[in-house]
Design a protein around this ligand. Structure first.
Ligand code: FAD
Length: 403
């Protein structure tokens, strides 16, 4: 067993931290209150050479084969400085990966991928709906075939990157087939009938979350991603990929707050001694750091399994709820150690707490992740619902399902 990152990965992390601390860290508090998707983020990510990492060079990418563990390193490092940036980078990475894996139409790839790699365009994803929420297999947004187009009607809720250039959208294309009747489409937002409603959020403000509505939107058949009926499986695949990364970005945020807290506790004196001397403080910090360290191991294990092409749904689900909760608890404890100063905008701890809270739901709620974990640990009898398609075994998937 070897718990070390490779020398290359350590060097990668070191360079990344230097760049992120130079470009992203300084403006965090100034940017934080602004509730809109910020295209300037993409310029910064480009300056850091972080766009189109895993995209082939012929599409304007860097053609680097980024492992899941390396993706985790990027998310953890960026999470230390700004979780809106991290979420935007992670979302873009997922969308590029989905488009490259699921789209066969060279013209469409030529139109979108180089622009995504250049930071000129952005694509989000809309899966969750106002009426069905966590129950993703019950998607109600409808697509009806009409010649070489699909006419799409419905709504998506809580879409990060709501007001951007296009979305990968889950659409019901078959009424009878349950989760096998869900298909993914790339829907450009300038098509007639696409509407946006942006929220005012409590944190992660620059991801610009909101609702999307589709009113008789005509989407050409060639915008279908993967085969008809494969959408649900591909969404689950992207979750198993994304969830440990979300945990790592929250852990990164918590670690940055904890580090600041250690320094503060060493110098702040009350009752004639530094705070660090009181066990109520030092034991609390030890406990929270231990949970963060354990959560990090779990998250990197989930990433590592993915790199071995092994099934990681259990570890991905566990990493998400355990990691985000450990991060939340650690940041809240550290904030209290700062005393009243923790409640001022001189310390970014509460902003980081607000950002972290978003991942109690984002990319699947903690409860949804626990459902996946217990399904894997003890079997489908522990699910609160009857599986609609009992013959579907997600374990056979080692990648996106195209056909
Ligand atoms: C910051 C942020 C970003 C997001 N980005 C996106 C995005 O880009 N695209 C997208 O499609 N969605 C996105 N979401 C939506 C997110 O995936 C959903 O919020 C989540 O799936 C839960 O759905 P819901 O909010 O409708 O809650 P509901 O399904 O209504 O659930 C309400 C509560 O009950 C719990 N619950 C539900 N079912 C059960 C059960 N069977 N047993 C126990 N508890 C249960 C849930 O965990 C939740 O806490 C985002 C959310 C946030 C907060």
């Amino acid at each position: 067993m070897n718990f070390d990152f490779t020398e290359e990965q350590e060097l990668f992390r070191k360079r990344l931290r230097e760049g992120i601390e130079r470009v992203i860290k300084p403006g965090y508090m100034e940017r934080w209150p602004h509730d809109e998707f910020n295209y300037a983020v993409l310029k910064d990510l480009k300056e850091l050479d972080l766009l189109g990492f895993a995209v082939p060079e012929e599409y304007g990418g860097q053609g680097y084969s980024l492992s899941a563990v390396e993706t985790g390193i990027i998310l953890e490092e960026m999470g230390r400085c700004d979780q809106s940036y991290t979420t935007i980078w992670g979302g873009l990475n997922n969308c590029c990966e989905m488009l490259m894996a699921l789209c066969d139409d060279k013209e469409l790839l030529d139109e979108w991928i180089p622009a995504l790699c250049a930071g000129e365009k952005f694509v989000g994803y809309g899966f969750v709906e106002p009426g069905t929420g966590t129950d993703l297999s019950n998607i109600q947004t409808r697509g009806i075939k009409d010649g070489d187009c699909w006419i799409i009607n419905g709504a998506k809720a809580s879409v990060s990157f709501c007001n951007v250039d296009a979305h990968i959208v889950a659409v019901r294309t078959n009424e009878q087939k349950g989760s096998r009747g869900v298909t993914l489409f790339l829907i450009p937002d300038d098509l007639e009938g696409v509407e946006h409603f942006i929220y005012t959020d409590f944190g992660l403000k620059q991801i610009g979350r909101g609702d999307l509505a589709f009113k008789n939107v005509r989407v050409p058949e060639r915008y279908m991603l993967g085969a008809e009926g494969q959408g649900f499986k591909n969404i689950m695949h992207i979750f198993d990929h994304g969830r440990p990364g979300i945990a790592l970005q929250c852990i990164g945020a918590a670690e940055s707050v904890m580090e600041e807290c250690y320094e503060y506790c060493k110098q702040r004196e009350v009752f004639g001694q530094p705070l660090s001397k009181y066990e109520a403080i030092s034991f609390g910090l030890a406990e929270h750091q231990t949970k963060l360290d354990a959560a990090k191991l779990l998250a990197y294990k989930a990433m590592w399994l993915r790199d071995q092409n092994r099934w990681n749904a259990k570890e991905a689900g566990q990493a998400k709820f355990f990691g985000c909760e450990a991060a939340f608890d650690a940041i809240w404890f550290a904030t209290r150690c700062f005393g009243h100063l923790g409640y001022t905008t001189d310390y970014p701890a509460l902003n980081k707490l607000a950002d972290t809270i978003g991942f109690a739901w984002g990319d699947g709620s903690w409860e949804a992740c626990k459902m996946v974990a217990i399904r894997e640990i003890a079997g489908p009898e522990f699910l609160p619902y009857e599986r609609r398609n009992k013959d579907v075994s997600y374990k056979v998937m080692s990648g996106f399902q195209k056909v």
